[in-house]
Structure formats: structure tokens, C-alpha cells
Design a protein around this ligand. Structure first.
Ligand code: SF4
Ligand code: SF4
Length: 306
């Protein structure tokens, strides 16, 4: 393995070991920071910006104000019983996190090298071998840091590990392909088939995503299409049928429906952002089974959950 690949660095926000989601077997999930899309249902809002940020948990805070005292940027003040950060002034130096005795402040994001990530991933090689698992790159969007993701997956393949990427596919082909070439399984999120609605809801049109899906499939790589099922946004039979039809057309054999959940909601508050989907209800098991029934005619394997 070339030294230059091992020393490539990128920004991640978590590494999760022993996961049984996001690919076969037992896996280590590496969460890459940064995403070009703006899905209002995003369960990992801390993944959206590529830069480091501060998260604050009001419920842990004792209002001791040690953080305010130590901040030389004057970015912190107490407002209505909570510590408010001015993100324009904050340099994310981390001093306030160091002095907080309650663990109420945390820096999200860390710059790491391929070599550093690999040393964590390799710890569980024995579990991968027994279960058919490996590494999954997730995010955020792994394609937002294409050179780092490509180098990390190349290093993993060099070590004989099974590789999965969870992606929206929103990236120029020239930057996407060097990542995918070392990927065994692509978990491709397709949210909305109508491009103008895609742009309205998510911020970008979907032609690039669909074109990349087609090209990846033509390359012979295995793809599973994943659809987050968000009531009122993309759960119409029309949208799901169009996605299934597209999958069939490009040779994809499996679709996963990922039901909307609210597990990420509290993180919005901790980042000082607003959660826009407060009124959306989590879809019931019966409703999801009904959607699966409606898609049976496409001769695809349809699963609920990832
Ligand atoms: S140092 Fe921690 S506990 Fe004290 S006010 Fe700041 S955030 Fe709250
Ligand atoms: S990270 Fe540094 S600049 Fe930002 S609020 Fe904390 S002490 Fe101030």
C-alpha cells in the first residue's frame, strides 16, 4: 500500500463498531462529514457541514459559565437559561469543551488519516470474517470528500476487506468512480423521482444521481436502492412505483424502504438548528407492508429497513 494513500486525511464525525446495519454481516461504519443535499428529515444533522462544529446539551449544563470565561472569541453568552454560541465568532478551538465538567459541550468532527481509520477498522477483522462483514462508508455523504473516501476504500480492499458505501450518488462521475471502483456494494439512496420536486425539497435536481446509478449498474457493481419513506414527501405510490421501475430498468434487484424516524430530532437543538418535520408521523408497520405489496409487481426483492 502506497504511503501517500495512507496519509490522506479527511473529516469524519464518528466511527461505529459492531453494526449489523448498512451492509452484510458485522460492520464498522465510518461517518464522513459533509453533505451536498438538504433533506429536511436528515437524522444526522451534525453530518451536514464539512467543518467542525460545537454541539451543546442543555440538559447536561449546570450553567457554571466556565465555558464563557474561557472563550477568548467572546462567542458564548447565557440566554434564557442556556449557553448560546455565536457561530460566526466561534473558531471551534475546543477550549470550552475542555473546561466543561458536565460534558455538555462537544466538538463534532475530527480530521483523521486513512491509516488511523484503518487501524480501528482492522481491530474487528475476525468478526468480519465470521459474519461476512467489513467496512461501510456513510455520512453525511462519502462523496463529499472523494479523495479521502477513495483512498480509504482502496486501502481496505488492499487488506482484503469487504467494502460498502452508503451514498446519494450526487457527485461528478470523474470523482465518484475512483471511490466506487473499490466498493463491493453500493447502497444508493433515491428519495424522489421527480427532478423538480427533488430540487424543491432537497435543494438539487436528481438527473446526476439517476445517471450515476445507471453507470454504476452498467459497470457491474452491486447496487441496492434505498428509499427513505417520509410521509407526505415521497411516500406516494407514484413515486415509489417510478423508483421501482427505474431500478428494474437499470438492472437493480433489491430495494430497501427505510421508514422515517425521529431519532435525530434532539441533535438539531444541540446544534442550534430548527427541526422542520415536527408534524410528521412515523409510518406504521401495516402501512409499510401495504407499500411493499403495491411494489410486488416489479419482481424486485423489497425489504423494510436497511
Ligand atoms: S462549562 Fe459546561 S456546564 Fe458550565 S455553563 Fe458551560 S456548557 Fe454549561
Ligand atoms: S470552541 Fe473556542 S471559540 Fe468556540 S465557543 Fe468554544 S471556546 Fe469559544
Amino acid at each position: 500500500m502506497e504511503k501517500s494513500l495512507l496519509s490522506k486525511s479527511g473529516i469524519i464525525f464518528d466511527i461505529q463498531r459492531y453494526s449489523i446495519h448498512d451492509g452484510p454481516g458485522i460492520r464498522t461504519i465510518v461517518f464522513i462529514k459533509g453533505c451536498p443535499l438538504k433533506c429536511p428529515w436528515c437524522a444526522n444533522p451534525e453530518s451536514q457541514k464539512m467543518t467542525l462544529e460545537i454541539m451543546y446539551s442543555k440538559n447536561l449544563c449546570s450553567l457554571c459559565k466556565r465555558c464563557i470565561e474561557v472563550c477568548s472569541s467572546n462567542a458564548l453568552k447565557e440566554v434564557n437559561g442556556r449557553i448560546k454560541v455565536d457561530r460566526e465568532l466561534c473558531r471551534v478551538c475546543g477550549k470550552c469543551c475542555q473546561v466543561c465538567l458536565m460534558d455538555a459541550r462537544k466538538i463534532v468532527g475530527k480530521r483523521v488519516t486513512v491509516d488511523e481509520v484503518l487501524s480501528v477498522v482492522e481491530k474487528d477483522r475476525i468478526f468480519y470474517e465470521r459474519s461476512g462483514g467489513g467496512i461501510t462508508l456513510s455520512g453525511g455523504e462519502p462523496l463529499m470528500q472523494p479523495e479521502f473516501s477513495a483512498a480509504l476504500l482502496a486501502a481496505c480492499k488492499d487488506k482484503g476487506l469487504h467494502t460498502v458505501i452508503e451514498t446519494s450518488g450526487y457527485q461528478k462521475w470523474e470523482l465518484l468512480w475512483p471511490v466506487i471502483i473499490n466498493t463491493d456494494l453500493v447502497l444508493l439512496d433515491i428519495k424522489i423521482m421527480d427532478s423538480s420536486l427533488h430540487k424543491e425539497v432537497i435543494g438539487v435536481p436528481n438527473e446526476l444521481i439517476l445517471d450515476n446509478a445507471k453507470r454504476i449498474s452498467e459497470s457491474g457493481k452491486e447496487i441496492i436502492i434505498r428509499i427513505p419513506v417520509i410521509p407526505g414527501y415521497n411516500d406516494s405510490i407514484d413515486n415509489l412505483s417510478n423508483t421501482a421501475e427505474f431500478a428494474t430498468k437499470i438492472g437493480v434487484k433489491e430495494i430497501h424502504l427505510l421508514p422515517y424516524h425521529r431519532l435525530g430530532e434532539s441533535k438539531y437543538e444541540r446544534l442550534g438548528r430548527k427541526y422542520e418535520l415536527k408534524d410528521i408521523k412515523v409510518p406504521s408497520k401495516e402501512y409499510l407492508e401495504h407499500l411493499v405489496d403495491r411494489l410486488q409487481k416489479y419482481n424486485l426483492e423489497i425489504r423494510i429497513g436497511g
